[in-house]
Write a protein that binds this ligand. Structure first.
Ligand SMILES: Nc1ncnc2c1ncn2[C@@H]1O[C@H](COP(=O)(O)OP(=O)(O)OP(=O)(O)O)[C@@H](O)[C@H]1O
Length: 275
């Protein structure tokens, strides 16, 4: 991982928001974090710990109060938590027109490009639909379609599945997986810790700082099994581990030998299959 190119580097960064009464509210401080090519970074933490603030910082929407951020903002695209905040057009087509390079295509090429962009996230809406007639989840999918079709170096997704039904959630994960396979690095902010199975690294905010950075296995099971049974950085942050992880802990507590520390159902099946 050390020789993978660094696409963004936060160094000793802090964010303080100005509040209505003129005082400052420090969100987090002294955050040092690299995003490297090939990363699928899951960012988690309790409510209000500063996850969305990280998305805003990476997308150039929120200035740092201290420290620095080194990255080329033009290579970043994001899907924010509130879909309306990102809709700038009146119709689906106007929104898609904003994808870099789209307006340089011929009308026929553009129609095909838009069709593929919408299909990639499983969104089936007419190009002339006005945005205010779309549901929150449909707008979120449209934002994601635009972001993916822009082929960014880094895609920042803030709770991308929060408004989606299970079928759309699977479409989104698959679309982002395809983008990742094609070289886009992913920053995936979520409360749904079962989504951490996709990650090569987890960053957890807590107590105004990065409280954990490491592999999903270390986050849920402790580093090298050093943690006391059932305890882990995840639990210490007050977060509930995914059902699969809870099941694995229960099996370990009953003396069942596991072949790996599972993060999803497939891995759990593998963990209990005799070798
Ligand atoms: N524009 C703002 N002005 C003032 N305070 C803000 C602003 N945006 C966020 N905050 C505060 O900063 C803190 C971190 O907010 P942020 O949205 O980054 O947290 P989060 O971890 O994403 O939360 P959640 O899980 O609830 O979405 C919170 O205390 C929030 O109230």
């Amino acid at each position: 991982m050390a020789n993978k190119s660094v696409l963004a580097s936060l160094q000793r960064a802090s964010v303080v928001y100005r509040t209505e009464n003129g005082q400052g509210r420090q969100v987090w401080a002294d955050v040092t974090l690299d995003i490297r090519q090939g990363d699928w970074l899951v960012v988690t933490g309790p409510n209000g710990s500063g996850k969305s603030t990280l998305a805003s910082v990476l997308l150039g929407l929120c200035p740092l109060t201290a420290g620095q951020l080194v990255r080329d903002v033009g290579r970043f695209r994001g899907v924010l938590q509130s879909p309306d905040a990102q809709c700038i057009g009146d119709t689906v087509e106007e929104e898609l027109n904003d994808i870099p390079g789209a307006m340089e295509l011929t009308a026929e090429e553009r129609a095909l490009f838009y069709q593929e962009a919408l299909l990639a996230v499983g969104l089936n809406v007419a190009l002339n639909r006005t945005l205010h007639t779309l549901s929150g989840g449909q707008k979120q999918l449209l934002n994601l379609a635009c972001a993916l079709a822009s082929r960014p170096a880094v895609l920042v997704l803030d709770e991308p599945t929060a408004m989606l039904d299970p079928a759309s959630r699977i479409e989104v994960i698959q679309a982002v997986r395809r983008a990742h396979q094609q070289g886009t690095s992913i920053v995936w902010i979520t409360h749904r810790l079962e989504e951490a199975a996709e990650a090569n690294r987890i960053v957890a905010f807590g107590g105004g700082r990065v409280a954990f950075e490491g592999t999903p296995e270390a986050f849920f099971y402790g580093r090298d099994g050093e943690q006391a049974e059932g305890s882990s950085p995840c639990v210490e942050l007050g977060l509930e581990p995914p059902f699969v992880v809870q099941t694995a802990w229960e099996l370990l507590a009953r003396g069942v030998q596991l072949r790996c520390y599972p993060l999803d159902a497939d891995q759990l099946a593998e963990a209990v299959t005799p070798g």
